[in-house]
Design a binder for this molecule. Structure first.
Ligand SMILES: C[C@@H](C(=O)O)C(=O)SCCNC(=O)CCNC(=O)[C@H](O)C(C)(C)COP(=O)(O)OP(=O)(O)OC[C@H]1O[C@@H](n2cnc3c(N)ncnc32)[C@H](O)[C@@H]1OP(=O)(O)O
Length: 259
């Protein structure tokens, strides 16, 4: 386990865990948290043993957005733009991680917290969770790329309504809209998240990475005609791996077995 000032991280059995840890301010993101998250992501982008990354907070909050008090010290658009862009770039890197990413939400995920959710492949939420893009309530818009990702995830009408009204929705509504993928009982929340995450940990890490590459390429507008090549390359890459050779040998041995 690696304890920083604003994050707690650990890696085990192919799963990397990042806990947002500023409980006194409902895990609000300040510039120190941005720097620590950049540090972790820079290291984990290179780690081919990681098959899943889980982002989570605590019972009360996933993340309550940008640190309103700290950011309120910044007055001009020239000064605030690079701060917003820094976090937007970081969320883009999270969305482009080659492993599966999961936002595990207990409690509140609002403002930039909800933007972080949209940068992950899956969102698991406890029954008590609430989500909202509440930036409009303080008369700003999403600064971290969350509006476009929300539109991609839940479609234009629902996204525009959430963004402009700043409504906070419960998990049932979030699940209907496909902002949340699975609703999880609050008790032993992280153990249940772990069981979900373990589904994506395979003997061959190449599988998840290959499908994630396809998903990202599709999202980024790669024409369908390009995928015959991309998928053939990915499959060929897996072909020589020991896991594939052994799996086929096991299958053939069973078929040839004389009972
Ligand atoms: C950057 C931008 C973007 O998207 O690009 C954004 O994120 S804009 C959106 C920024 N986020 C927000 O506007 C959310 C502001 N927070 C809230 O609405 C609320 O605190 C909730 C997050 C719903 C939690 O309510 P709850 O009743 O559970 O707790 P609470 O309000 O008593 O908060 C507990 C303590 O955490 C602090 N606190 C909570 N959220 C904070 C935040 N985002 N920044 C700085 N401090 C924050 C409160 O001031 C309070 O401090 P004391 O204990 O000292 O009184």
């Amino acid at each position: 386990m690696f304890i920083m000032n604003t994050l707690i991280t650990h890696k085990k059995d192919g799963i990397g865990w990042i806990q947002f840890h500023r409980p006194a301010v409902r895990n609000a993101v300040n510039q120190e948290m941005m720097a620590e998250l950049e540090h972790v992501i820079t290291e984990w982008e290179q780690d081919e043993t990681l098959q899943v990354v889980v982002l989570y907070g605590d019972e009360k909050a996933f993340v309550s957005g940008g640190d309103v008090e700290a950011f309120h010290q910044i007055h001009t658009k020239e000064e605030i733009y690079p701060v917003m862009k820094r976090m937007g770039d970081l969320l883009q890197r999270i969305s482009e991680l080659k492993c599966i990413t999961i936002a595990a939400v207990e409690g509140i995920a609002v403002g930039g917290g909800c933007e972080i959710v949209t940068s992950c492949d899956f969102c698991l939420a406890s029954k008590k969770a609430k989500l909202g893009m509440i930036q409009s309530r303080i008369a700003i818009t999403t600064g971290w790329g969350g509006a476009s990702r929300l539109m991609n995830k839940i479609g234009k009408p629902n996204a525009l309504k959430m963004l402009i009204t700043g409504e906070v929705i419960d998990v049932e509504r979030a699940k209907e809209m496909q902002l949340v993928d699975e609703v999880i009982e609050s008790s032993h929340f992280l153990e249940k998240v772990k069981v979900f995450a373990q589904q994506f940990v395979l003997p061959s890490p190449m599988i998840g990475r290959a499908y994630k590459e396809v998903a990202l390429a599709l999202e980024q507008g790669t024409p369908l005609s390009a995928f015959a090549k991309i998928e053939a390359i990915n499959c060929a890459d897996c072909w020589e791996a020991e896991e594939h050779v052994q799996a086929v040998e096991r299958f053939l041995a069973k078929r040839n077995k004389v009972d």
